[in-house]
Design a protein around this ligand. Structure first.
Ligand code: MEV
Length: 458
């Protein structure tokens, strides 16, 4: 793997993240800034204190009113292809960052994830109608293929110079959705290597530029000229292998946990109702790092789910099996990511987030995304196939409930613990505690933390 001069993160310092979750937010900020060598400006951009300005927001969207914040945290312990990563993640759901970090640590302990990503091949589609005989139109397009490829390269001079650009032109004839008496669809695919760009703008411009030439050659009329988000030539894959013994937890042997994970995988393979939720878990991790790194996460989502349905039945993006005392997991999905263009340039936090990841190229970034997705999936299935997720979820959810109920920051943990111990993680219950005399943390009094501790707690 190439060295990254622009990296902020030195993996030899990874031990400084042990016990990171136990620190206060301020302590974490100070530690991250020190470990990553962030300037005050960079630290502010990453944490949102000096993020997107009103001016930039106003230039980004129409009718802008302001900015919308979400929590940003760090996924830790991720090792991919022998390299350690600190992963900025933006997500509102509790437990996702903890789950990724937990599973990543487990996998790092046995060598980490292996991952690979294809070239950045994106597909631009042109829909041709009223072309006459379909097979003659196909024939004419095939005969003009070299001319069309040359024209396309001419429309992409900079990309071509950098080693990317037009790769292939394909022609497809699809049955009319209304029935065989209607005109079949004639679809031209322009396959373009977009290198470091996600590629939507490049490909859409190319498709529009090519449309008059396709009309000239086919004699038809081109309607849609647009990128396909089913980026199935731009797949990323991550794998991991865990000796079952390392999975031992919850008082259960590793074999039992591994069996639960494999049963979950079988369930998702057999049933689209389960596969949708299985993939939602995978995307919990991937979306979070996508948002932090300024990616078009709707495009990633669209591609992932379309790919999951490629066999005609919606299925899981990841699979798990047991073999020889080892649990094997793999994930494959399209990942159209960019390290240039779009919000990457304008959003200051995105630039720092990418540097925290070591300023990876798009294909390396895709490897990290795939590993994060597989880590998230492992954590979810490990719990689902054994003790269930609600206990862990509720412990984390209780913190937001305590905040919503109005607890002071210094009392949030203790109130959350009380709610979990009681088994009633509800805002109303938290408010009841806050209004009771023994829990005067919301009323402007000095917090009575001792009284907030769960009965029998330390
Ligand atoms: C919840 O956000 C995600 C899970 O439902 C994923 C899964 O069921 O695999 C826990």
């Amino acid at each position: 793997m190439a060295a990254h001069d622009d990296s902020l993160w030195d993996p030899s310092k990874s031990s400084v993240f042990s016990g990171f979750y136990k620190l206060t937010l301020e302590e974490r900020r100070r530690r991250v800034a020190a470990v990553l060598g962030l300037s005050a400006e960079e630290a502010g951009a990453l944490t949102g204190e000096q993020g997107l300005t009103d001016e930039v927001a106003n230039a980004m969207v129409e009718n802008a009113l302001g900015r919308f914040s979400l929590p940003l945290g760090l996924g830790l312990h991720l090792k991919v292809n022998g390299r350690d990563y600190v992963v900025p993640m933006v997500i509102e759901e509790p437990s996702v960052i903890a789950a990724v970090s937990f599973a990543a640590k487990l996998v790092a302990g046995v060598g980490g994830f292996q991952a690979e990503a294809d070239e950045a091949l994106m597909i631009g589609q042109l829909q041709v109608a009223r072309y006459g005989d379909p097979w003659q139109a196909v024939e004419r397009l095939h005969a003009a293929k070299e001319e069309l490829l040359t024209l396309a390269r001419g429309f992409l001079p900079h990309l071509t110079q950098r080693g990317g650009g037009m790769r292939e032109l394909e022609v497809r004839v699809l049955p009319a959705p209304e029935g065989p008496e209607h005109e079949p669809l004639l679809v031209v695919h322009l396959v373009v290597d977009t290198l470091e760009a996600m590629g939507a703008n490049l490909v859409n411009t190319l498709a529009e530029n090519m449309a008059p030439h396709v009309e000239r050659i086919t004699g038809g009329r081109v309607y849609l000229r647009i990128l396909s988000n089913l980026a199935d030539r731009r797949l990323a894959r991550a794998r991991c292998a865990l000796p079952e013994a390392v999975l031992e937890d919850f008082g259960l042997p590793g074999e039992d946990i591994a069996e639960g994970i494999v049963q979950a995988s079988r369930f998702a393979q057999a049933d689209p109702y389960r596969a949708a939720t299985h993939n939602k878990g995978v995307m919990n991790g991937i979306d979070a790092v996508a948002i932090a790194t300024g990616q078009d996460w709707r495009a990633i989502e669209a591609g992932a789910h379309a790919y999951a349905a490629r066999a005609g039945q919606y299925g899981p993006l990841s699979r798990w099996k047991r073999d020889g005392g080892v649990l094997w997991g793999e994930l494959e999905l399209p990942l159209a990511l960019g390290t240039v263009g779009g919000p990457l340039k304008v959003h200051p936090g995105v630039q720092v987030a990418l540097r925290v990841l070591g300023s990876p190229k798009a294909r390396e970034l895709a490897c990290v995304f795939a590993a994060v997705g597989l880590a998230q999936n492992l954590a979810a299935l490990r719990a689902l196939g054994s003790v269930g997720i609600q206990k862990g979820h509720m412990a984390l959810h209780a913190r937001s409930v305590a905040v919503s109920a109005g607890a002071r920051p210094e009392a949030v943990e203790a109130l959350a613990a009380l709610l979990v111990t009681e088994g009633e993680v509800r805002v109303e219950r938290a408010q009841e505690f806050l209004t009771e005399e023994r829990v005067a943390v919301g009323a402007g009094e000095a917090p009575t933390l001792a009284s907030l501790k769960p009965p029998g707690g330390e």
